[in-house]
Design a protein around this ligand. Structure first.
Ligand SMILES: Nc1nc2c(c(=O)[nH]1)N[C@H]1C(S)=C(S)[C@@H](COP(=O)(O)O)O[C@H]1N2
Ligand SMILES: [Mo]
Length: 359
């Protein structure tokens, strides 16, 4: 089985892959060859001996580190973290109103979980010594995006960058990062949109304001449902960062024809930034009545959890609906219309799956 043939979403150039949803829910840690791939440019070919990470900007001691120095000077730290693209669940939004045609129509397949190991970003920043005006940490990738003639970049607030679980990762699932996922070094920002986990990171700049890179200042901004591609003012909009609580049904798939009777529904729930899943509820009647779903393992910070629930369905059409709440007290919005935005980002509305049961 190659990744390509198992893919649910596949774009050859630049390479973008979404795993089949069923494969995603098979193991809490996604095998590396199943992990979704999101690229904006060709994968750069980086010689590890020549590679240097530069840390500059508002710091007392700018640093230039080889991979060996990064490993030797800073203790290794390991985090299980889910990465979720801001475009995850975009397909449902396209059914409300068309989305910007340049965007990839991801289904429930732009999300995966891995064990990441590397240096803590915090330790590296401490070594450089942020100056008092420092408020954001900007990352720049070594890939070359045609459209901007620069690398893919973005930033996170300094407070988030100092979280003990934000990594400069050189390992994924116990092996060196593969080229597709950022070899030799990538940022992993658990709880934030995938775009902030910059791959092939070559430069980290501490600054007073967010990154001016296209992917921070222009793309990955959230606009209200009233704004369209024709009316947008790009100076406005909210730069995306922290992810909201989310949940979705993996089986059955929309439009499934099933025998009437007992049905097991299985899915995935994602806590919002820094929170844990508190509860997941399933409705088998379009949201009129709800029952608690069972989590298959204790919920964790930074990682998805799998859930399942059973219901008994008479013959006819039914709408399955899932919703989750997290330990920060956040819940999901009921309607796709409330979260629709013309770029199709961070859809966390209740996930609805119509099915039909035979008599
Ligand atoms: N340098 C670089 N980093 C990048 C990207 C990119 O195109 N170039 N894509 C980003 C986006 S939008 C996502 S969702 C994640 C996906 O990480 P993955 O390909 O390892 O799943 O990488 C992020 N980091
Ligand atoms: Mo993304």
């Amino acid at each position: 089985m190659t990744h390509k043939t198992a893919a649910h979403t596949y774009i050859a150039d630049p390479l973008n892959l979404g795993a089949s949803p069923m494969l995603l829910r098979q193991t809490p840690i996604t095998p590396t060859d199943v992990f979704f791939v999101r690229n904006h440019a060709p994968i750069p070919d980086i010689n590890p001996d020549d590679y240097r990470l530069v840390i500059d900007g508002l710091v007392q001691r700018p640093l230039t580190l080889s991979l060996d120095e990064l490993r030797r000077r800073f203790p290794a730290h390991t985090v299980v973290a889910t990465l979720q693209c801001a475009g995850h669940r975009r397909r449902e939004l396209t059914e409300v109103q068309p989305i910007d045609a340049a965007e990839i129509v991801w289904d429930i397949d732009a999300v995966s979980t891995a064990v990441w190991s590397g240096a803590r970003l915090r330790d590296v920043l401490d070594a450089a010594g942020p100056r008092p005006q420092a408020a954001h940490v900007a990352f720049l990738g070594l890939d070359l995006v045609d459209k901007i003639q620069d690398g893919f970049g973005g930033s996170i607030p300094l407070d988030k960058a100092l979280d003990a679980d934000v990594l400069l990762a050189y390992e994924m699932n116990g092996a060196p990062l593969p080229p597709t996922h950022g070899y030799p070094l990538r940022v992993v920002v658990p709880g934030y949109i995938g775009a902030r986990s910059v791959k092939w990171v070559g430069r980290i700049t501490v600054q007073a304001t967010p990154s001016t890179n296209y992917y921070q200042a222009h793309a990955y901004k959230l606009f209200p449902p009233s704004v369209t591609g024709a009316t947008v003012n790009w100076e406005e909009g909210e730069m995306l960062g922290a992810l909201p609580v989310n949940s979705f049904i993996i089986t059955p798939r929309p439009g499934a024809r099933l025998p009437a009777g007992e049905l097991t529904v299985q899915g995935i729930a994602l806590p919002g930034d820094a929170a844990r899943i508190e509860r997941v509820e399933l409705s088998c009647d379009g949201g009129q009545t709800w029952r608690a779903a069972t989590l298959t393992a204790p919920p964790q910070q930074w990682a998805w959890c799998f859930w399942e629930a059973t219901c008994s369905l008479p013959p006819g059409r039914h709408e399955l609906v899932v919703r989750a709440a997290d330990s920060a007290g956040h819940t999901q919005p009921a309607s796709l219309r409330d979260v629709w935005n013309f770029k199709g980002y961070v859809n966390n509305a209740y996930h609805r799956v119509p099915v039909e049961c035979a008599g």
